[in-house]
Design a protein around this ligand. Sequence first.
Ligand code: ADP
Ligand code: MG
Length: 263
Amino acid sequence: MTAPTQELGSGRTEGQRPAVRLDAVSKVYGRGASSLLALDKVSLDAAQGEFVCLLGASGCGKSTLLNLVAGLDRPTTGSIDTGDRKIAMMFQEPALFPWLTVAGNVELALRVQGLDRTARRARAAELLDVVHLGGFAKKRPHELSGGMRQRVSLARALAQEADLLLMDEPFGALDAMTRDLLHDELERIWRERNLAVLFVTHNVREAVRLGDRVVLLSSRPGQVIEDYPVRLPRPRRTESADVAELAGVITERLKEEVRRHGR
Ligand code: ADP
Ligand code: MG
């Protein structure tokens, strides 16, 4: 394999404004004696078309960071700029409406775009094809496996026609094989749509499998401590030697951080 990865995956363009830029973002929860500093001056950017994985121990502020970028909460200090980009978010739990069919769940996301019923139907069918669930439109969520439900959730995120996709440990609850399949699908969709992706995980190999960059956060309060470029050709295999090698380096750094924090 000879492809120069960075060019392959990242889609970075000189002079283009980043899809998302965080400038010295801090977040304090609560106030007074019981206040908690969750994020401490996090600066970070991602280009349109770039896949950035955010990696850190549990409780380091990863979800906080994504929620801030999504606009679900506000930073205490610092600023976040996503320009006029449309943002979609995907969580660990698919959070589908159980009384709606698979197609119905996707159509609901299309309704806010003002599409009429016929257009919604057609578009939902297309999106379900994209995530390889074409034959399952009439099923209800409880009839699907965890991996399939998460695909519906991905289709719903895609329905929002976002430029920036925020993913909070979306495959954390899935078995390794299902996760591998979804990695392949996500990678394909990301490339086809030139999405900017912020993908949160605490799984080092998953981060190396997917990311153009792996941004390592410290234990609480979350700070950026390393920003690793992943110069490996795509598509990558989670169990390949080169993924394992870089994952090993990052894991060592992460362990060092956890030890430092534990003292
Ligand atoms: P991660 O996603 O990396 O596991 P979180 O962003 O969920 O971390 O949490 C970071 C820290 O902030 C944790 O100590 C958590 O308990 C705390 N925290 C998260 N959300 C809130 C909240 N709404 N109110 C108070 N503390 C919170
Ligand atoms: Mg979290």
